[in-house]
Structure formats: structure tokens, C-alpha cells
Design a binder for this molecule. Structure first.
Ligand code: KG4
Ligand code: ZN
Length: 335
């Protein structure tokens, strides 16, 4: 079995997975969302402190499995440095104490493997990764090699939901809150679909975010920012953000033929987005795959699943050598 730790942002999670059957023997996650909510976003220093409290507590409960482990893994890139350090240091200590090999896992690769938690991976495929930290379209070849086809030049898809939620005073994280608010909304505000008509395969959410900010200010000045206006604005924002994702994907689908397309990351829980992508894939006769709702957001099960691939190839790192790499290096992102 393999034990994996995820602590790249604001979730402390530990999983123990059987390396042959992929059965999840142990799984726990302590989310810090409520602790960060009053600040409208993740406060790194607070996240670090909460990880150092939560991880030993979860590991204590995973202890009965320690004698059956064949490796220890932790997310080491990308993420908040002070958060990554917590999980990586605990994994190093465990590997040293139990005399086990150590595996560093790329968090984004982890999200991809959330599609294959219970079985063998099936590549080649296209992937849309939409989370709080990243927005990317990837082409994965039969051997698992990853090519980045599109990424965001500024904010990520999930982050834009968080920022709009903050502007509307809704709390953090904003994705599910905006989606819920948007349900009863009317599409009465004109918001721009970013980079529409621009042939670049790139995402950008900062212009849309500013358009929402301007609209909020106008409504405030007119004394019209009531509950109905907030609902309508949430609906228009969600429509524009999802239309932007779809617009660029449509272009990518014209350029590449995918037999299979996976959608991963915390924001892949958005049902409006899921609906649009399901239609797109149906039109392209392409099989669509989603991660189970429970494992869309950050979790250690996907890290354990990704680590099993490295365990098979014996891609270990000595505890003294495993570095944390907070920033995503696009050129070597998935090495
Ligand atoms: O993958 P994740 O848990 O963390 C990162 O790796 O960033 O993704 C969290 C992000 C947050 O920005 C959150 O607002 C967004 O996913 N999210 C959503 C929804 N549920 C979560 N965004 C849009 N619609 C949702 N239903
Ligand atoms: Zn994530």
C-alpha cells in the first residue's frame, strides 16, 4: 500500500491506497475553508499552521496501516510554499522512520489521476483542468506524456469565481456559492466573453472580473444591488466564464481529435460547465470523463493514485533531496 499526503493549499488530506487493486483503504480530509472564509481567500500563514495541526491528527488515525506500506508520497509542486512544506516534511519523516521510499507528486498530475481512482489509466486523452490555481487544456499521449495546449494569462477559472464571490460578500470559496446564486438568475447584464474572436488559444478572466466589478459599482451607486440583482449578475458571470472555456475548447477540438476527454479540478464540479462540455463532446463523438464529485477538489486519494504510477517505475527521491517547487514551471510542468 501507499500512503499519500496532500497539503498544497488549504486542504489537509491523507490517503492509503492498495497499489495493486487501487482500493482506497483509508481516506480523510480536513478542509480549512471555514477558517479562511472571513478573509475571502487563503491566508498562507494560517494555512501552514492548520496543516501542522491537522496532518498529525489524521496520520494518527492512519497508523494501523503503517506496517503494510511500501512507499510514502506527498504533493511537492505546485502550491503555496508554506503549505507544501507541511505535507512534504511529514512524508520525509515517515519515509525515514519507516525506512520506505519517498515519492514527490505533481498536484496537477494528481488531478488528472482523479479520473482513474479505481482502475488503470486510459490514455491518450484531452484534459481540461479547472481549479483555483490553474486553468489548462492538456493533450496526454498514449505513454502519459503531457502537452499543454492552452493556459491562462492571468486569473484561473475557479479563482475568478472566488473573487466575484468576495466582491458580492458571499464568502470563500466562491465557486459553489456563485453556482447556487446563479440558479435563479436572469441573463440581463451584458458581460464580455473574454478573448472572443481572438484566435490565441489562451484563457483570461481578469477582464471579465473587472466588468463584473464595474457592474457592481453601478448597481451600488443606483442603490439597486439587491438579492435579485446579485442573482442575475452571478448568472451572467457564470455564463460568460463557462462560454469562454467552451469557446477556446471548440477551437482546440477543431485542431485536434480526441477519442476521450477528461475534466478535472475543483471547479469541474460546476454543473453548468459540465453540461456545456458534455454537449461539446457529444457533438465531437468523444467520450467524456469526470472525476467523482467528492474527488474533484484537492484530496490525497488522487495523489496516492498518481504516486502508484511512479512507484511502478521506481521513481523515488531521497528524503534529503525532495524539494518543494511552489511555482508551476510550464516548460517542465509535468516532468
Ligand atoms: O482543485 P481545487 O480544490 O484547488 C486548487 O487546486 O486550486 O479547486 C478549488 C477551486 C476554488 O477556486 C473553487 O471556488 C472552485 O474550485 N470551485 C468551483 C466550484 N466548486 C469549486 N468553481 C465553479 N463552480 C463550482 N461549482
Ligand atoms: Zn487542486
Amino acid at each position: 500500500m501507499i500512503l499519500a499526503i496532500e497539503s498544497s493549499c488549504d486542504d489537509s488530506s491523507v490517503a492509503v491506497m492498495d497499489e495493486c487493486s487501487f482500493e482506497l483503504k483509508f481516506y480523510e480530509k480536513i478542509s480549512q475553508e471555514a477558517d479562511h472564509a472571513k478573509y475571502g481567500g487563503v491566508v498562507p500563514e494560517l494555512a501552514a499552521r492548520l496543516h501542522t495541526e491537522a496532518l498529525p491528527r489524521i496520520l494518527q488515525r492512519a497508523k494501523p496501516y503503517f506496517s503494510e506500506l511500501s512507499a510514502v508520497a506527498a504533493t511537492n509542486t505546485p502550491g503555496l510554499s508554506v503549505s507544501l512544506i507541511g505535507g512534504v516534511n511529514m512524508a520525509k519523516a515517515l519515509a525515514l522512520a519507516l525506512n520506505l521510499p519517498l515519492i514527490g507528486v505533481n498536484h496537477l498530475v494528481g488531478h488528472i489521476y482523479s479520473l482513474f481512482l479505481g482502475g488503470e489509466a486510459r490514455f491518450p486523452m484531452g484534459v481540461l483542468l479547472v481549479s483555483g490555481g490553474h486553468t489548462m487544456v492538456l493533450d496526454i499521449d498514449a505513454a502519459g506524456g503531457i502537452e499543454i495546449l492552452a493556459t491562462t494569462g492571468d486569473d484561473s477559472f475557479g479563482e475568478s469565481f472566488d473573487k466575484i464571490a468576495k466582491m458580492l460578500g458571499l464568502g470563500y470559496p466562491g465557486g459553489a456559492l456563485i453556482e447556487e446564486l446563479a440558479k435563479g438568475g436572469e441573463p440581463r447584464f451584458e458581460l464580455p466573453v473574454p478573448l472572443k474572436g481572438d484566435r490565441r488559444l489562451e484563457y483570461s478572466f481578469s477582464g471579465l472580473k473587472n466588468a463584473v466589478r464595474v457592474q457592481i459599482e453601478k448597481l451600488k451607486e443606483a442603490g439597486e444591488l439587491d438579492e435579485r440583482a446579485m442573482r442575475d449578475l452571478a448568472r451572467c458571470f457564470e455564463d460568460a466564464a463557462c462560454a469562454h472555456i467552451l469557446d477556446k475548447l471548440q477551437r482546440i477540438f477543431e485542431l485536434r481529435r480526441f477519442a476521450r476527454f477528461g475534466v478535472v479540478g475543483g471547479a469541474s464540479a460546476n454543473l453548468h460547465l459540465r453540461g456545456l462540455l458534455t454537449d461539446l463532446c457529444e457533438r465531437a463523438s468523444c467520450e467524456i470523463l469526470f472525476a467523482p464529485m467528492k474527488f474533484c477538489s484537492d484530496n490525497a486519494a488522487m495523489i496516492a493514485r498518481a504516486a502508484i504510477e511512479k512507484l511502478r517505475k521506481k521513481e523515488f527521491t531521497a528524503p534529503a533531496e525532495l524539494e518543494i517547487i511552489p511555482h508551476l514551471n510550464l516548460r517542465s510542468a509535468f516532468e
